[in-house]
Design a protein around this ligand. Structure first.
Ligand code: HEC
Length: 169
């Protein structure tokens, strides 16, 4: 009897462990977008400045302060002042991260645009739209393909959907 119990118990523990392992191996797109957006190494800030900016008047992002940074690929589309070049089309692999601040020191959320054409979560222009809180909870899932973002980011003055130049000239 006791042997049977031990065998059953061992089996149960193994099942639970292998289940957990499966979950750890699958990194979903929102978590990937979060991971990509951490840190400052290899990023260039908008206007080459690490200063906090006040959110733009027409911003759909309800946080008082922001900073926007570009990875090395995306930063090839910045001019000598660190603003986005007119008529720029960002190349594949471009990553643009807006850090949204609750106050002058605390990041509350990351708004992330990653160009990866052909990805199942990419929109028609190849952008994946991530919106993730600093505690890693998902604010708007990337699988929505920017459904709640694109109409605002298509307004006049946008450059390949980017609005920094229009709102922070
Ligand atoms: C009602 C308008 C509006 C909506 C909706 C909106 N945004 Fe924005 N977004 C802005 C504005 C304006 C800026 C410029 C910076 C600022 O002042 O906030 C911006 C900036 C950004 C940036 C920095 C890059 C750039 O130059 O635009 C990212 C990344 C971004 N938004 C992602 C998103 C995502 C993801 C969503 C949807 C979940 C979204 N936005 C929804 C207005 C909007």
């Amino acid at each position: 009897m006791i042997q049977t119990k031990i065998i059953l118990f061992t089996f149960l523990v193994f099942s639970i462990l292998s289940c957990k392992k499966d979950k750890v191996e699958v990194i979903n797109i929102d978590q990937e977008m979060f991971n990509l957006s951490q840190g400052t190494t290899n990023f260039t800030f908008y206007k080459k400045s690490n200063d906090l900016l006040e959110k733009g008047s027409g911003s759909g992002h309800n946080y008082p302060f922001l900073k926007t940074k570009y990875n090395q690929i995306a930063s090839t589309m910045l001019d000598s002042n660190g603003k986005v070049k007119e008529n720029a089309i960002f190349p594949e692999g471009s990553l643009i991260v807006k850090e949204l601040y609750n106050d002058e020191t605390t990041i509350g959320r990351f708004a992330v645009l990653y160009k990866k054409s052909g990805d199942e979560n990419a929109d028609a222009k190849g952008w994946i739209w991530g919106y993730i809180n600093s505690d890693k909870s998902v604010a708007v899932a990337a699988s929505q393909k920017g459904g709640s973002c694109i109409s605002c980011h298509s307004q006049s003055g946008n450059i390949d959907y980017m609005l920094m130049n229009a709102f922070h000239p």
